[in-house]
Ligand binder design. Structure first.
Ligand code: IMP
Ligand code: MG
Length: 330
């Protein structure tokens, strides 16, 4: 029987540091599961000072937890095996990783289609959209048809379950800024596709970042942002380069209205705001609120403004806000 499910998910456009939070919290759970996305995701996790980059394997692997890749995910088998080899070499037990039989498999054709036809959307060129499209057309290949049986999950979740989101609210296929979105359900309710009732959900742990970034194209992040020297400093200080594509991310000040909307939309109970030390290093503290840029003299002032705005105006689900330091230093 499942005791409870906690869900970690992104409240912005991805790259908020969900992987770091998941690996830090994983020790308290029996299972860590992914419910959406695939090799488009890039999770950077530091364990004992060493940097690991994963794409498909849940970040629970670093804590020796049972890891499930759910039926709402897509996998690139070669890339996943490569990831598993890297983790084995580093001493992690990859026998803990199992894949749901209905997880769909990305083919070379999917990747070729993505590269040829979807570049204008700034996709990660991993074949994500064509793979989900074939799934919907009922002509996709599932993991159970192509993977060795020892990789296939045939058990049931029980005990304490942690779900780890990939991408984020504003990349969600239904709620994001379509068509500048990904092809899966990034919203936390998508986690139920792993096969548990919504009544099992205990905490909704939303992860944000103290400034906004977008990988790839999005009219909400106009090209003029590249001309701003302070925002460029944030790119360098925050190392805002895509971990899957290596692309430079577009940076803007935290849009508090969007964050508030994402919190309300998802019923976020616990909010973690990452990378606060990047602004502290630069010494500039601004946000966007009511379509206006609002600047502060110190991080302390900015933090209080964010707490006052969010805690009492998001509908009552949110009861905790944590401000966290560098993604690389937990
Ligand atoms: P796709 O998921 O490769 O189809 O890309 C669609 C959009 O989602 C593009 O704007 C990508 O940059 C973005 N995207 C997909 N995965 C991630 C991620 O893990 N982090 C940030 N952006 C992502
Ligand atoms: Mg990422």
């Amino acid at each position: 029987m499942i005791d409870f499910v906690d869900i970690i998910y992104g409240l912005a456009w991805g790259d908020e540091g969900k992987g770091k939070i998941t690996s830090a919290k994983a020790k308290h759970y029996d299972w860590v599961c992914r419910w959406n996305g695939g090799p488009n995701a890039g999770h950077t996790v530091y364990v004992n000072g060493k940097k690991y980059k994963t794409h498909s394997v849940p970040s629970g692997i670093f804590a020796g937890k049972k890891c499930i890749i759910g039926p709402g995910c897509v996998i690139n088998i070669d890339k996943m095996l490569e990831e598993l080899r890297m983790l084995t070499m580093a001493g992690f037990d990859v026998n803990l990783v199992k894949i749901h039989p209905n997880t769909h498999v990305i083919t070379e054709d999917h990747i070729a289609y993505d590269k040829k036809h979807l570049g204008h959307l700034g996709t990660t060129s991993q074949g994500i959209a064509p793979c989900y499209a074939d799934k919907m057309l009922r002509k996709g290949k599932r993991a159970v048809e192509v993977l060795e049986p020892n990789w296939i999950w045939d058990g049931e979740l029980n005990g304490r379950v942690l779900c780890e989101g990939a991408q984020s609210v504003w990349l969600d296929i239904d709620h994001g800024d379509y068509p500048y979105v990904t092809s899966s359900t990034t919203m936390p309710y998508g986690a139920c596709s792993l096969g548990f009732s919504p009544r099992k959900v205990r905490q909704l742990i939303g992860v944000a970042k103290i400034y906004d970034t977008k990988s790839g194209v999005d009219p909400l992040f106009p090209q003029t942002l590249w001309d701003d020297p302070v925002l460029n400093k944030i790119i360098e200080e925050g190392n805002e380069y895509g971990s899957t594509t290596g692309r430079k991310r577009i940076v803007n000040w935290l849009n508090l209205d969007k964050l508030k909307k994402a919190i309300i939309l998802t019923g976020c109970s616990e909010l973690i705001i990452n990378k606060c030390d990047v602004l502290e290093k630069i010494g500039e503290y601004s946000i966007i609120h009511g379509n206006e840029k609002v600047s502060f003299a110190s991080f302390h002032e900015m933090k209080n403004y964010i707490i006052d705005t969010l805690l009492y105006s998001t509908g009552g689900d949110l009861y905790d806000i944590a401000f966290s330091g560098d993604v690389e230093k937990i």
